[in-house]
Ligand binder design. Sequence first.
Ligand SMILES: Cc1cc2nc3c(=O)[nH]c(=O)nc-3n(C[C@H](O)[C@H](O)[C@H](O)COP(=O)(O)O)c2cc1C
Length: 423
Amino acid sequence: MDATIASPLTLPCGAVLPNRIAKAAMTEGLADSRDNPTPELNTLYRTWSEGGAGLLITGNVMVDRRYLERGGNVVLEDDQAMSRLSTWAEAGTKAGNHLWMQINHPGRQCSRLVNSEPLSPSDIQLELVGNFARPRAMSEDDIQDAIRRFARTAELAKTAGFTGVQIHSAHGYLGSQFLSPVTNKREDRWGGSLENRARFLLTTIAAVREKVGPEFPIGVKLNSADFQKGGFTLEECVTVSGWLGEAGVDLLEISGGTYENLVFMDTEAKRESTRKREAFFLEYAEAISNAAKIPVMITGGFRSLTTMNDALAEGATDVIGIARPFCVMPDFPNKLISGDINEVPVDEHDLVLGQGKWSPGSPYKAIRAINNQGQAGWYYHQMIRLSRHQQPDRNPGVLRTFCAQMLNDWRLVLRRKVRQARG
Ligand SMILES: Cc1cc2nc3c(=O)[nH]c(=O)nc-3n(C[C@H](O)[C@H](O)[C@H](O)COP(=O)(O)O)c2cc1C
């Protein structure tokens, strides 16, 4: 019988996802000034757990306190906050679903407010309105240290009660910087050929597996492509997917884009062929699934039950990855599975300044940045509300959430700096 969203899925390691709906990672910004989980995170994840998804993937948790994706990130590099982590894990698995920690290193996508000398495979600066400093090219020691940190964080996540980890290697963060020829100009064994550029990710997976053992799920989030001139291509993604299958990965999540081209949020103008398919990376799924020979999760744009069940029945994907709708209707998985609704809420198309030069495809970089940041801010606003037991609030416009998000991010970074200065 064809799989549907309600079908369980057995992963290569033996773990079973109770259904095919997964909440994709969304950075919450809800850690305290010591980068530890808070009661607000527990509330948010308890709400999502009760909402019925088979798998919840946390927002990215940093493996190194010196480099954050944003203020308010949880950092996990030692066992000093183990009881708080366990409470978070317990809340997020309340309904018997899986809860995986997404583990990440931002590389050069670390705001200058957090660190004025970020790391990257090469010293190529991010071209984004002065927010990001020129990175230092990583030494061999830096690379080995980052790999060890991924493994240590995964081990600690397992100890805390998370039921799996996902290594973030998409969206232009460190793993994805190694894979892309735009950001990786190295001439040693970590750069050049695809085999060398994939070495960081494959060595990290091996190090994580050694720490967590054979029965613990390891996922990887990978770009189908960077959608950037000279970047990581679909053909390369297909080859790397095959290697990930051989490396013992349990679930391969496919997304795409980087900070310089946010296709994963679908804020750039869509191609007609993609528009028709609703889920924007679905057209690449077949080639990737065939090469990977492991379960695949496609994320981005899934909104209607028909598209989800068709994609599962065709074998185009094994898991349906969804992110933004969890912020406005946290229990939509239960509602979709029970047949109460046939599609999940779509807000993102309203969340732009307008049409033409104000649209997501605006020729002006600053307008595009406001739209992108404002849209992210709109979803942060909803997560904050859910974390306080409040209902979602669809009212704020994108300009308001843009300003609120900028102020909040500065506040979070500043609060952390003050705490660090006090010791
Ligand atoms: C507010 C917000 C935060 C996000 N944070 C992360 C993150 O921490 N890690 C990640 O891999 N993707 C992150 N994403 C991307 C989502 O996981 C997902 O790939 C994207 O939203 C497309 O899926 P959707 O159309 O179902 O929302 C984020 C997206 C949003 C809207």
